[in-house]
Write a protein that binds this ligand. Structure first.
Ligand code: GLU
Length: 476
């Protein structure tokens, strides 16, 4: 246990920012302009529930408007506070810059435990919160576009979109005021899985870089790697599911609210998720050992640790005992600045949040573009693509007949090749490309300079350079 004081979440993000700008050559004025949060709006509103008026506190913070709209989720959690929302808004700025989504950074939060309310009550609270934000243009297709975060999902986004549309009846782009909507309300295929999918693509890209793997003392493929995941919410669930089902990774630990599950032989992620839905927790799950003090499982031996829940879970208190050689930050801010330092000194490789969990905002970007263009991706070209492929298949069939037994087409080649890509495939392809490209720019920065010693600093430098370039171009 260390007796150094832990900075707040926002201070932690600022420390990481400062570490990066110390290696850059920015004019001090510009550095300060980029670092500070432009504005935070606090709203307190009342909703009559169960015969009584309840007052709720919510925030929407805008960190940087170098590009508009600004973008970032809305979180529902009892502990939401201004410091946290500002830290998360700052991370959105750097995240969007790193993965080249043309947005500034923003974030919102409502102090509420959604588990304590009925669906109909949550709808009234959400609509009222949305009304308060929309009337100040803090929800707006051209200015500020929220999305899901902890405690919110498709359902809340649909209410927000509808509330905005009711208030702006002639806005043809009303649907683009929020992303993460259900597919039948202007959403896009693949948004729910996007952040977890992005974590998978990020790890795949890391495993395509043998030099980076060597730094973590890892070799080979994802297949058989032991993974511990903290939080089986939307992000952790999808990441763990895809990594185990598609890449052969072994999920040896799952940490949840009511303790952790541990099994060195691997845990079936889908079975745990189904168990949680039925039993409201992991306790009692039959095929793994239950550890009541879940946090100690963060310190278990494994190849990859995926914190996918709250910020600050790896802190000065436990950082020295973390054994994983590779940590991928699926959550925002899971490692405090102090813990980051301890881990770096130990040689732990950290794939940082501003990159690792950018899959969500990337697919949000696709959804926003889809809403503004008012057409589903692939609708124009899909059949044309199929027709062109048909020409090749016809030729190959002719060859097949001509060559007789000497050569035959692979049985499912024709079906696979003929099928034009649907929206989900296009979204995944765009996400994969984004995650690869961003990794490469970060990794290039990491390797091209001796004074850039870790991936987080590299990611921050790439992001800050882009934000700075955009401010310079504006001539402020
Ligand atoms: N809340 C997510 C994040 O932290 C998604 C934001 C978005 O899609 O705008 O990145």
């Amino acid at each position: 246990m260390s007796n150094r004081a832990e900075p707040s979440f926002r201070e932690s993000v600022d420390l990481m920012f400062n570490r990066a700008v110390a290696l850059m050559d920015l004019p001090p004025g510009l550095e300060e302009k980029i670092r500070v949060c432009n504005a935070t709006y606090t709203v307190r509103f009342g909703v009559r529930l169960r015969g009584q008026v309840h007052t709720f506190t919510g925030y929407r913070s805008v960190h940087s408007e170098h590009m508009e709209p600004v973008k970032g989720g809305i979180r529902y959690a009892p502990e939401v506070n201004q410091d946290e929302v500002e830290a998360l808004a700052a991370l959105m700025t750097y995240k969007c810059a790193l993965v080249e989504t043309p947005f500034g950074g923003s974030k919102g939060g409502l102090c509420i435990d959604p588990r304590q309310y009925e669906e109909e009550e949550l709808e009234r609270i959400t609509r009222r919160f949305a009304y308060e934000l929309a009337k100040r243009d803090l929800i707006h297709p051209a200015q500020n576009v929220p999305a899901p975060d902890m405690g919110t999902g498709e359902r809340e986004m649909a209410w927000i979109a509808d509330q905005y549309a009711r208030m702006n009846t002639t806005d043809i782009n009303a649907r683009a005021c929020v992303t993460g909507k259900p597919p039948n309300a202007g959403g896009i295929a693949g948004r729910v899985e996007a952040t977890g999918r992005g974590v998978q693509y990020a790890l795949r890209e890391f495993f395509r870089h043998p030099d980076d793997m060597k730094k973590a003392g890892l070799e080979g493929k994802l297949d058989g790697k032991r993974v511990i995941v903290q939080g089986l919410g939307n992000v952790g669930y999808h990441a763990a599911k895809f990594l185990s089902e598609e890449d052969g990774a072994l999920i040896t630990g799952i940490i949840e609210r009511d303790g952790a599950l541990f099994n060195p032989a691997g845990i079936n992620v889908q079975a745990v998720r189904d168990w949680i839905v039925r039993h409201d927790g992991v306790t009692g799950f039959p095929d793994a050992r239950h550890v009541a003090d879940g946090a100690v499982v963060l310190e278990e031996e494994c190849d990859i640790l995926i914190p996918a829940a709250l910020e600050g879970v790896i802190s000065l208190d436990n950082a020295a005992r973390i054994k994983a050689p590779l940590i991928i930050e699926a959550a925002n801010g899971p490692i405090t600045a102090g813990a980051d330092e301890i881990l770096r000194e130990k040689g732990t490789i950290i794939i940082p949040d501003l990159y690792a969990n950018a899959g969500g905002v990337t697919v949000s970007y696709f959804e926003w573009v889809k809403n503004l263009s008012h057409i589903r991706f692939g609708r124009l070209q899909r059949r044309q693509e199929e027709a062109r492929h048909q020409l090749v298949v016809d030729e190959l069939e002719r060859l097949d007949r001509y060559l007789g037994d000497a050569w035959t087409m692979t049985p499912d080649f024709k079906t696979k090749y003929l099928r034009g890509a649907d929206e989900l495939e296009l979204v995944r392809s765009g996400l994969d490309d984004t995650m690869r490209t961003a990794y490469q720019s970060m990794s290039e920065m990491w390797h091209s300079r001796d004074d850039v010693r870790d991936m987080r600093t590299a990611g921050f430098i790439v992001a800050i350079e882009r934000v700075a370039a955009s401010y310079r171009a504006k001539g402020i």
